[in-house]
Design a protein around this ligand. Structure first.
Ligand code: PHB
Ligand code: FE
Length: 322
């Protein structure tokens, strides 16, 4: 089974297919077909979702692109589905699921993202900080869509690890964070410990992020990963958790819609202001809304065993009981 692509259509975009799915774009929409149905989405919404699924290697658990289409990561292989987490599609028996090798689906999404992203449009950027995705095919923005996700091995700023950001390295302070102090801590390590004692200004680091809704790993302690991110406008994907996630709101405000992961039934709205902490359960899906650029710390346990531990009852769905 391999991906195929066609010659460009009248708008200049290729069609892509993988397994039973086909994807085509026109000036405004993507059209997705599968053996039992079809679906359309705004191309902006589609590109913003595909960009994240590609950059995150399908992330944790389920990445819903909307209430119909999405992917479910099995860490090595991945499902693409239509209507699988939508009660009406399931009841009508038009839901569809297909399993792919990780690299095969990633290859199709990567090629589609490159072909369908126009010059001047950046799917990671806030809407007010990028050009238009609509219209006939014009150029590309491969520089933006092939960005590598920041994944620190120990911690940002450690020797040989991810560097801190500066004007010189191409990361100016974002307009939303003009008041964030840029002081860096002074470190006085005992001789011989220089490569073990370190610190950096996380607020300054985040103030210079050029992407939105893109958690990056800034520190790792075994499986414990600090994945802060800067947010503005809407998290394009509706993330179906396969483990607990802790959120620490570092600045400003984000509102979250929280739903049952499998049916989409509403469970909660969570309004997080600077300093608020929440634990998102392992059996929900959620989507965030940030009216202005804000900083969010997402704290993950990255162990690939967690979904199995939850299924066996070895790990809880809620991290705390009050
Ligand atoms: C999440 O689903 O937990 C998530 C995803 C992306 C973000 C923030 C949170 O930017
Ligand atoms: Fe999540």
């Amino acid at each position: 089974m391999t991906m195929t692509e066609t010659a460009p259509n009248a708008s200049g975009y290729r069609d892509f297919s993988v397994g039973g799915f086909t994807f085509s774009r026109d000036e405004y929409f993507v059209t997705i077909t599968w053996p039992t149905g079809s679906h359309q989405m705004d191309i902006v919404q589609w590109l913003r979702c595909v960009q994240r699924d590609v950059a995150w290697g399908f992330f944790y658990g389920i990445v819903n692109f909307d209430e119909v289409i999405g992917t479910m990561n099995h860490y090595g292989n991945v499902d693409m589905f239509a209507g699988r987490f939508n009660e009406a599609y399931r009841r009508a028996e038009v839901d569809y699921n297909e399993n792919f090798d990780h690299d095969e689906l990633l290859g199709c999404f990567t090629a589609m993202l490159s072909d369908w992203t126009n010059e001047g449009y950046d799917p990671f950027a806030a809407p007010m900080e990028t050009g238009s995705a609509y219209g006939p095919s014009r150029g590309d923005n491969d520089e933006a869509v092939t960005r590598k996700r920041v994944v620190a091995q120990r911690m940002v700023s450690m020797p040989g690890d991810e560097p801190i950001r500066s004007d010189e390295s191409g990361f100016p302070i974002n307009r939303g964070f003009a008041d964030v102090s840029q002081d860096e801590p002074v470190i006085s390590a005992e001789p011989g410990y220089e490569d073990q004692v370190n610190s950096f200004n996380l607020f300054a680091y985040l103030s210079r992020s050029d992407v939105t809704w893109n958690p990056s790993v800034v520190s790792a302690c075994k499986e414990s990963l600090y994945c802060p991110t800067t947010e503005e406008f809407i998290l394009p994907v509706i993330h179906g958790n396969d483990r607990v996630e802790w959120f620490v709101q570092l600045s400003d405000e984000i509102q979250w819609d929280v739903e049952d992961r499998d049916t989409g039934a509403k469970r909660a709205r969570v309004i997080m202001k600077a300093g608020d902490v929440s634990a998102m359960p392992a059996d929900i899906r959620h989507q965030g809304y940030a009216p202005k650029r804000s900083m969010l710390l997402v704290w993950e346990n990255g162990s690939p065993r967690i979904p199995e531990m939850i299924a066996n009852g070895e790990a809880p769905v809620h991290p705390v009981a009050f």
